[in-house]
Design a protein around this ligand. Structure first.
Ligand code: ATP
Length: 356
């Protein structure tokens, strides 16, 4: 059901994915959202003025480390929590004034255990159908359809507690789709999944997006936002600190990098001094890796190896890589995202900025 948006919220914008289509309203808009949690004498300012807008049919990735404020934002948009200040609309509906109508047009999946472990996959989806007021036969048909689309037919009649993590996440997402939501919130949909489970989840999310669902996806995984989102908002300490496409964000940190792995950790400082005499290189003692900005493409690699050889630095590996969103985060916040997704940096020994 769509309630007509008020004049002030109606924005006529071309749809980025469907030629000729004109969206009648921004799918999500927030302005100055503030949320302060109080417990005992303590206060946590979880959101400190969040401004967002998401166009219909697009995917916004809300990317940030633990505690950045991602879940709080989603809970406010999904009407589960009230902001202390600011305003938010979803499908043109005010999340406080029109909370009931908002609930009818959204689906929510992720860090919320909506699925009943003691029911089968089929029973779970049927139950959600009934909650969405489908007749029993319609709910059964909807459950069958979703079980098929999510590759869960073979496990349909097993209780959910026997499902693998990936199957659980797919069932949870299927449950969020029973009511055919216009707008989907996925809160860290692949946290805890192994790489194969993550890829499978990305496939089903992509299929859903192809059907035109507007998606707000929160993630700590930089590559996940890169893979799935049209647009990325980087959130840190309750504020949006950057907004753009993955390529735009990467462009902020400059071009390609040269990475060198030296054989002996004691050679790290000499390697950086040789390759980045102006102090714009970093190194990681744990991985014995030196990273410097590349200026001359592949040919420069040959020169790098020669210069290190002249400085008596033994090299185990050398390569060229495009900037990642990890680099973006480091540039924007001065620290790497605390998600462990790089799997390389030792938390006890963060990258050092080395002066020559
Ligand atoms: P994560 O990736 O770990 O889920 P997040 O970006 O979703 O993190 P939030 O869950 O929104 O972050 O939390 C933002 C801040 O608010 C954190 O400092 C968190 O500890 C705090 N917080 C969240 N919920 C509560 C609560 N109910 N009471 C007190 N503090 C809270």
């Amino acid at each position: 059901m769509r309630v007509a948006p008020s004049e002030s919220t109606a924005i006529r914008t071309p749809h980025p994915k469907v030629p000729g289509y004109v969206a009648d309203v921004a799918a999500i808009e927030t302005e100055g959202l503030v949320k302060v949690y109080r417990s005992g004498g303590d206060e946590v300012r979880a959101l400190d003025g969040v401004d967002l807008d998401v166009q219909e049919g697009t995917v916004l990735g809300l990317l940030g480390p633990n505690g950045a404020g991602k879940t709080t934002t989603v809970r406010i948009l999904a009407t589960l929590l009230r902001a202390d200040a600011g305003r938010a609309t979803v499908a043109g509906l005010d999340v406080v004034r029109d909370a009931q109508a908002v609930r009818r047009v959204i689906g929510l999946s992720g860090q919320y255990a909506a699925v009943d472990e003691n029911l089968t996959g089929r029973e779970n989806l049927w139950m959600f159908g009934r909650l969405y007021r489908l007749s029993s036969p319609d709910a059964r048909r909807r459950a069958d359809d979703l079980l098929g689309r999510f590759g869960l037919e073979d496990a349909a009649d097993r209780v959910a507690k026997t499902y693998s993590g990936g199957m659980r996440r797919r069932l949870d997402l299927a449950a969020a789709l029973v009511g055919r939501p216009e707008l989907l919130f996925l809160d860290e949909p692949t946290t805890g999944l192994d790489p194969r489970g993550r890829l499978g989840m990305w496939d089903v999310i992509r299929d859903q997006v192809r059907e035109g669902t507007t998606l707000l996806l929160t993630t700590q995984y930089l590559e996940e936002a890169d893979e799935l989102a049209d647009d990325i908002a980087v959130v840190d300490h309750g504020r949006i600190i950057a907004r753009g496409t993955a390529d735009e964000l990467k462009a902020q940190v400059g071009g390609e990098r040269i990475e060198v792995v030296v054989r002996h950790p004691d050679d790290l400082r000499r390697a950086v001094a040789t390759l980045a005499p102006n102090g714009d290189g970093t190194c990681d003692r744990h991985t014995r890796r030196v990273t410097v900005a590349a200026r001359g493409g592949a040919q420069e690699l040959v020169e790098v190896v020669k210069r290190l050889g002249d400085a008596s630095v033994e090299v185990d590996d050398v390569g060229l890589r495009r900037p990642t969103l990890d680099d973006v985060f480091l540039t924007l916040t001065g620290h790497v995202a605390e998600d462990g997704s790089t799997g390389e940096d030792d938390e006890d020994e963060p990258d050092e900025e080395l002066a020559a």
